[in-house]
Design a protein around this ligand. Structure first.
Ligand code: JHZ
Length: 396
C-alpha cells in the first residue's frame, strides 16, 4: 500500500526552461500535482503522478553532467575503480548524458544508451557507440543480438527516472554476463531526510532509493547487493554494487548490512518517519520564506546560483518569484536566457562580474556548495552572503 507523506503543490516540469515566462496551465498539463508516497511493503518512495518519459527526456534536454568539476572528478575516480576491480571487456552506461564518465574509457570498450538526442549526438560525435533510445527490453535484445553480453552495466541518476522498474531490471539481467556486475548510483533517501532536501522531488525523480528498497527490488530478479559506497555527490548518494545471487566470485561486504541497519535504525521501514519528514518540510518552507522576506524588507539584492531542477521545486512550492530573486546565474548553455520553470525569474550566463552588486545568493546548486564557495571567494570576502534551505533555512 502506497501512503502519501508529502504534497508539494502544483509544479511545472523541472527541466523545461522556457524562452518566455507565460502562465502555465493545469488543463494543458503544463503543471502537475507533486505528491510523494511510501510503499509500506516494498519500502520504495515514489511520486504518485508519473509524467511519461517521452515528455521529460526529449531532443532538448538541457542538463549536462560535465558542467561541474565535482561530477567529472567523481566519474574519473569511478572509471579507475571499475577498471581495477572488474576489468570489463565491454561496459554499458544507461543514461550516458554528455559522456562525462565514458570519456575515461576506450572507444571500443563502451556502449552508451541515451534517450535525449541532443546528448546522444555528443557521445556519437566523439566516436562512441551510442544508442539514442530509452532503456527497455527491446533495446536490451537489440544490443544482445549484436554484442552478446556485457560485463559491467552502470547507471547514475537514471534508473530512478524510469517508471517501469520491472522492465529496467529485466532488461539489465537479460544483457549481463553470468558473472557480470551492475553498478547504480542515485541520491540516498536517508540523506534526503537528514538534510531535509525535499527539492530532490520533482517530476524526473519518480523514485528515491534507499538501500532497503533496492535490496527488496533486486531480489525479484535474482540479483543482490554486494557492496555499497557512500558518495557526497548530489547531496548524498549511494553507489550500489550488484551481482547475480548465484555469482560467488564476489563476497558480500559488510557495507551492505551496515547501510541497511543504519536505515532501519533511522526508521526508514516505518511510515511515521516519512510523515514526520512531511511535517518538517512545511516548517522548512515557512522559515525559508521568512528569511527571503526579511532580506527584501532591507532592500537587498538576491540572486540564485545554479538553475537546478531542484530549485524549481523550491521556487514553486515556496512561491518565490522575481520580486524576491532578481535572476539566476548558470553555466549551462541550454539554460541561459530562459526562465526558471513556473516563474518570471530569468537565467543569465554566469559571469563573476554579475555578483559585484549582489548582497545575497540563493544556492540553487547547494549540492555543489564547496565547489561554488571555492570559486566565489571574492564575493564572500566582500561581505556577500549565501542563503540555503539545507539542512534548514539559513544565511551562511
Ligand atoms: P545539479 C539534474 O538535477 C537533473 P539538477 C537530473 N534529473 C538529476 O537527477 C541530476 O541532475 C543528477 C550549474 N552550476 O547537478 C550547472 C553552475 O552554474 O545540481 C547546473 O545547471 N556553476 C538528471 O539540475 C546546476 O548548476 C557551478 O559552479 O538539480 C547544477 O545542477 C556549478 C557547480 C554548477 O542537478
Amino acid at each position: 500500500m502506497i501512503k502519501k507523506f508529502l504534497d508539494l503543490g502544483y509544479q511545472p516540469l523541472a527541466n523545461k526552461y522556457l524562452k518566455s515566462c507565460k502562465k502555465l496551465s493545469i488543463k494543458k498539463k503544463e503543471l502537475y500535482r507533486l505528491t510523494v508516497g511510501f510503499d509500506t511493503k516494498t519500502k520504495l518512495v515514489s511520486l504518485f503522478n508519473k509524467i511519461p518519459d517521452r515528455i521529460m527526456f526529449d531532443s532538448n534536454y538541457p542538463y549536462k553532467s560535465s558542467m561541474s568539476k565535482t561530477m567529472t572528478d567523481s566519474f574519473k575516480k569511478l572509471s579507475v575503480e571499475i577498471k581495477k576491480r572488474f576489468n570489463p571487456k565491454l561496459f554499458l552506461e544507461i543514461g550516458s548524458n554528455d559522456g562525462a564518465l565514458i570519456k575515461n574509457f576506450n572507444r571500443n570498450q563502451v556502449i552508451c544508451v541515451e534517450p535525449c538526442s541532443n546528448l546522444a549526438k555528443i557521445t556519437k560525435g566523439k566516436g562512441y557507440i551510442t544508442y539514442n533510445n530509452y532503456w527497455d527490453l527491446n533495446l536490451s535484445n537489440k544490443i544482445k543480438n549484436k554484442f552478446n553480453t556485457v560485463d559491467v552495466i552502470y547507471s547514475a541518476n537514471t534508473l530512478t527516472h524510469i517508471n517501469d522498474l520491472n522492465q529496467v531490471f529485466k532488461s539489465i539481467s537479460n544483457l549481463l554476463t553470468q558473472d557480470g556486475i551492475l553498478i547504480i548510483e542515485d541520491p540516498s533517501f536517508l540523506e534526503c531526510i537528514k538534510k531535509l532536501s525535499y527539492d530532490q522531488f520533482y517530476n524526473e525523480h519518480i523514485y528515491i532509493f534507499s538501500a532497503l528498497s533496492v535490496k527488496k527490488l533486486l531480489h525479484e530478479f535474482d540479483l543482490e547487493l554486494f557492496d555499497i559506497e557512500k558518495l557526497d555527490t548530489h547531496g548524498g548518494s549511494l553507489r550500489y554494487f550488484i551481482k547475480r545471487i548465484n555469482n560467488n566470485k564476489f563476497k558480500i561486504k559488510n557495507t551492505v548490512s551496515k547501510q541497511i541497519s543504519t536505515e532501519l535504525k533511522f526508521g526508514l521501514a516505518n511510515f511515521l518517519t516519512y510523515k514526520k519528514f512531511g511535517i518538517s518540510v512545511k516548517k522548512s518552507k515557512n522559515d525559508l520564506i521568512k528569511i527571503f522576506k526579511k532580506i527584501k524588507n532591507k532592500n537587498k539584492k538576491i540572486i540564485g546560483y545554479g538553475a537546478t531542477a531542484k530549485a524549481t521545486t523550491i521556487l514553486n512550492y515556496c512561491n518565490i518569484g522575481d520580486s524576491i530573486i532578481d535572476y539566476f546565474v548558470d553555466t549551462t548553455p541550454d539554460k541561459i536566457n530562459r526562465f526558471m520553470p513556473g516563474t518570471k525569474i530569468k537565467i543569465k550566463k554566469y559571469n563573476q562580474k554579475l555578483l559585484d552588486d549582489v548582497n545575497y545568493i540563493y544556492l540553487g546548486a547547494w549540492n555543489f556548495k564547496d565547489e561554488i564557495f571555492k570559486k566565489e571567494k571574492k564575493f564572500i570576502k566582500s561581505g556577500g552572503k549565501f542563503i540555503t534551505h539545507v539542512p534548514f533555512p539559513k544565511i551562511i
